[in-house]
Ligand binder design. Structure first.
Ligand code: TEU
Length: 549
């Protein structure tokens, strides 16, 4: 069993976590200040989104220097302190590495753009004519550079130029930089959109946006194996790849131990169940049957192929899960706990995104001036230019904007939710006085306590780590029930995903002849022990450990 197969990872968006210095934005010393809280919660590893030097056009995913800390987050000494203080508490730091692209302010790009024969020209991807591929943030994926008369590729913002991974000098520079951070003592890497690094040499035109040509591209596995040899081999690191629009067979290859590529993969298929016809920017309910089908296919498929899933509901690009798949009003507490249980009992490595453990909600911002995200602001402009009404544009943005997950962490009832002495860079949700760490630490029935219990269970119950996943009642429109099976024992996990009561009968042959049963966790304190005929209350969820007769 590998380290990460019993771990829980906590994601920090440092800009919104805690400001030690009392500025509008959070900083690395702010994370140091909160390490005791994270240790109490029980997490093994922290993934911090990028805090390296950056013009912050995409909040740090546009890096201009891989060897220096962005001054808004602190200094290299602060980073070293964070690594060593976390280490004292048995917590590793995972660095977010963005190497599909750099900022156009990076020295390599500054060199590359200066002339056609500059030695750095081939660090990027240049063409005399653009093809019809689209940027993930809207518009063409090519930008014209007047000085040299060619176009460069950018799959994201035009200030994020794609690196040319077919150039061995690029790979050597990336691996050297990763060894620098490995030798500083980071416990692993989160690799941003790493399955997009290998583009086909001929850049074909596409009938859609081009993604089928560069997603899981021609040399991606070879490049990751090279990264493994050059950076990971012989070191105890946890490496997770963020995979955009990927496929199961590729994720098995990325994460199988014998491929010698990565530890695990993120994918986003289960978070497109509220994108009707794959359109993100419309307001829509989520498709529950589709959600169960996708998560179940990935559970069974990765298990059969020997791969390993990174499990998550939330991150800095996603709305808050309680607002999305739960109920952020009357049933907020029970639904947040149910969603946590449903995810944490799966096979894989769970990620908890800051504030998720409190059941933090979308902020419900009503005015475009309250939003900060480059993608959201682009989309608003495109919608309004296309004649969409203010009300309809804002309805979609309110539900889908990445800023939903980027509001300040809610620490207490004080001003700015205790995040900073200064006014934060983005608004604090009005419910911070009701939803915050300080209150939930005191409350034995809080969402926070439930997360802590789930994190501890993963360590103490081997079936959570490697029991075989089996879905029950796949067509049930309201309940997600599944088993994690072992030899002569199993976990039964039942989740009512809606705010109405529901009677349900589980199939007899799946439950077997039960000799003993034990309740592991539930979200109602009087959960009756039962395995066949269930009468579930709103958002009710429980886990039973069953031993066969
Ligand atoms: O995101 C990759 C990505 O493709 C999406 O999650 C994207 O942000 C979303 O589809 C837009 O709606 C990663 C980072 O997590 C994100 O914050 C960066 O903006 C992006 O890469 C570029 O580096």
């Amino acid at each position: 069993m590998q380290d990460w197969q019993r771990s829980v990872i906590y994601q920090i968006y440092p800009k919104s976590f805690y400001s030690h210095s009392g500025q509008a934005t959070g900083d690395l010393l702010g994370v140091v200040d909160k390490l005791d809280y994270l240790q109490w919660l029980g997490v093994d590893c922290l993934w911090l989104t990028p805090f390296l030097c950056s013009p912050q056009r995409d909040n740090g995913y546009d890096i201009s220097d891989y060897y220096a800390i962005d001054p808004s987050y602190g200094t290299m000494a602060d980073c070293e302190l964070l690594i060593s203080e976390a280490d004292k508490r048995g917590i590793k730091l995972m660095l977010d590495i963005v190497v599909n692209h750099t900022s156009i302010e990076h020295a390599w790009f500054q060199q590359a753009r200066s002339s056609l024969d500059n030695p750095y020209r081939d660090f990027y991807i240049w063409r005399d004519q653009p093809n019809n591929w689209e940027s993930k943030f809207g518009g063409s994926a090519w930008e014209y550079e007047a000085q040299t008369g060619q176009y460069y590729l950018h799959l994201f913002d035009h200030t994020q130029a794609d690196l040319n991974w077919d150039n061995p000098r690029v790979r050597a520079e990336v691996f050297k930089m990763m060894r620098f951070w490995r030798d500083k003592g980071v416990g692993g890497f989160r690799l941003d959109v790493i399955n997009l690094i290998s583009k086909p040499a001929n850049f074909p035109e596409d009938s859609t946006d081009g993604r089928r040509f560069y997603t899981d591209g021609p040399n991606v596995h070879a490049y990751l194996q090279e990264m493994h040899r050059e950076v990971f081999a012989g070191h105890r690191l946890i490496n997770v790849g963020e995979m955009s629009s990927t496929r199961l067979e590729h994720c098995i290859r990325y994460s199988r131990p014998d491929s010698q590529e990565l530890s695990m993969t993120f994918n986003f298929h289960h978070l497109k169940v509220d994108y009707p016809n794959l359109q993100k920017w419309v307001r829509a309910d989520f498709d529950f049957l589709e959600l169960k089908r996708i998560l179940s296919d990935w559970q069974s498929g990765m298990q059969a192929g020997g791969g390993w899933n990174a499990l998550f509901w939330c991150n800095h690009d996603q709305p808050r899960v309680v607002s999305r798949f739960g109920d952020d009003g009357e049933h907020r507490v029970v639904s947040a706990k149910m969603l946590a249980t449903a995810l944490h009992l799966l096979q894989g490595t769970p990620f908890v995104y800051q504030g998720e453990e409190l059941g933090m909600t979308n902020p419900g911002f009503e005015n475009i001036d309250q939003y900060r995200d480059v993608e959201t602001l682009n989309i608003y402009r495109l919608k309004r230019d296309a004649g969409e009404s203010e009300a309809s544009s804002m309805a979609a943005i309110q539900q889908k904007s990445r800023d939903n997950g980027r509001t300040p962490m809610q620490w207490n009832r004080q001003a700015n939710a205790g995040f900073s002495a200064a006014e934060p860079w983005i608004g604090v949700p009005a419910n911070a006085a009701q939803i915050n760490v300080e209150d939930q630490l005191e409350d034995p029935a809080s969402v926070l306590r439930h997360y802590r219990q789930l994190i501890a269970l993963r360590r103490s119950e081997p079936l959570i780590q490697h029991g075989q996943y089996r879905q029950l009642l796949p067509e049930h429109p309201q309940v997600w029930a599944y088993l994690r099976e072992g030899e002569g024992e199993r976990l039964l996990v039942v989740n009512n995903f809606y705010g109405t009561r529901c009677d349900v009968e589980l199939p007899e042959q799946a439950i077997g002849e039960v000799a003993q049963q034990r309740l592991l966790i539930s979200n109602y304190d009087d959960c009756p022990l039962r395995t066949r005929q269930l009468s579930l209350r709103p958002y009710e969820s429980f886990v039973l450990h069953l031993i066969d007769r």
